[in-house]
Design a protein around this ligand. Structure first.
Ligand SMILES: [Zn+2]
Length: 306
């Protein structure tokens, strides 16, 4: 017999037990309290979701599963949400769903209605006032529904989903401006640009990557809401740990999952030219991605905390 969905904790308080799809605030607030970071992993299909959930269960770590607008276009919003929800309900650790790099207001609304507990509105390519205006509108829509909103200030170099920022166009998050942005928009979390970098190119080309930790320290001193590090694939464990010490509470990982997926597939298919079973072909990629996620959870300090 299945155990009940909620267990009473006393005083009428209920704890979700067998359904570990939770609101993102539970996961991030725990990270804030414990001074560690939680991984936000991008998914596009069943196999990546399996890799993240298996790693989370094994490492006893919470995880944020996020979809970009591109992932939703590829797999379908209903389909992706159902897959993530079903997978999350089978693990004993908290999993939350977040929209990464939202910029289409209609799609953001659909995600909120679908049950995402957090959405990002990325107005970082716009001038400050326009970014504030756009972000404020999303907060106005999402807040009454209990959904968290992530904003972004500063521009990361590189490419991800619909975003492409050349070297000359990237700039760091200005601490004073970040204070005004957070105050005026009332976002729940803030993505910062501190030398982090979007896309697989940095890994494939083995770029030498350094975070601007001094800039992060200045931002962190002034901003009291949780800070998010996008484009964090490929940075050394030491760099990421230092950023977490300075207040990063969510670390986004996409590119390393892509690289491990593609590398495992290329290897398997070149070595097994007579294999036609999709389950056998995709198996090694799931295992490789799971390893990446487990490694990240150890670095982020979320392992063993759920
Ligand atoms: Zn990003």
């Amino acid at each position: 017999m299945r155990p009940p969905l909620c267990l009473p904790l006393g005083k009428g308080e209920m704890r979700e037990k067998n359904n570990m799809l939770v609101h993102i605030k539970k996961i991030i607030q725990a990270a804030v309290k414990g001074k560690y970071a939680v991984g936000a992993f991008n998914v596009n299909n069943l196999e990546i979701i399996q890799a993240v959930c298996r790693a989370a269960e094994k490492m006893k770590s919470a995880a944020i599963i996020q979809t970009t607008e591109g992932a939703i276009r590829y797999a379908g919003l209903d389909e992706l949400f159902a897959l993530i929800k079903a997978a999350a309900e089978k693990v004993s650790v908290p999993i939350a769903i977040h929209l990464d790099h939202g910029h289409d207001f209609d799609l953001i609304k659909k995600c909120v209605e679908m049950g995402y507990s957090s959405v990002m509105i990325d107005g970082s390519a716009r001038p400050f006032a326009a970014n504030v205006r756009l972000t404020k509108n999303v907060v106005k829509f999402a807040r009454p529904k209990g959904v968290w909103v992530q904003g972004e200030l500063g521009r990361l170099e590189g490419a991800e989903d619909w975003i492409k920022t050349g070297k000359g166009e990237a700039f760091l998050t200005e601490p004073e401006e970040a204070v005004r942005f957070v105050r005026q928009t009332a976002v729940d979390t803030l993505a910062v640009a501190i030398g982090n970098y979007h896309g697989v190119e940095k890994i494939v080309e083995k770029k030498r990557l350094r975070l601007n930790l001094r800039q992060l320290e200045k931002i962190s001193r002034l901003i009291k809401i949780p800070l998010v590090l996008h484009g964090a694939s490929g940075f050394s464990a030491n760099q990421i740990k230092a950023a977490i010490k300075l207040g990063i509470r969510v670390v986004n990982i996409d590119s390393e999952l892509r690289v491990s997926f593609a590398t495992a597939e290329r290897k398997f298919l070149s070595e097994n030219k007579k294999e036609y079973d999709p389950r056998k072909i995709l198996g090694p990629a799931i295992a490789e991605m799971q390893e990446v996620v487990e490694r990240k959870m150890k670095i982020f300090g979320s392992a063993g905390k759920a």
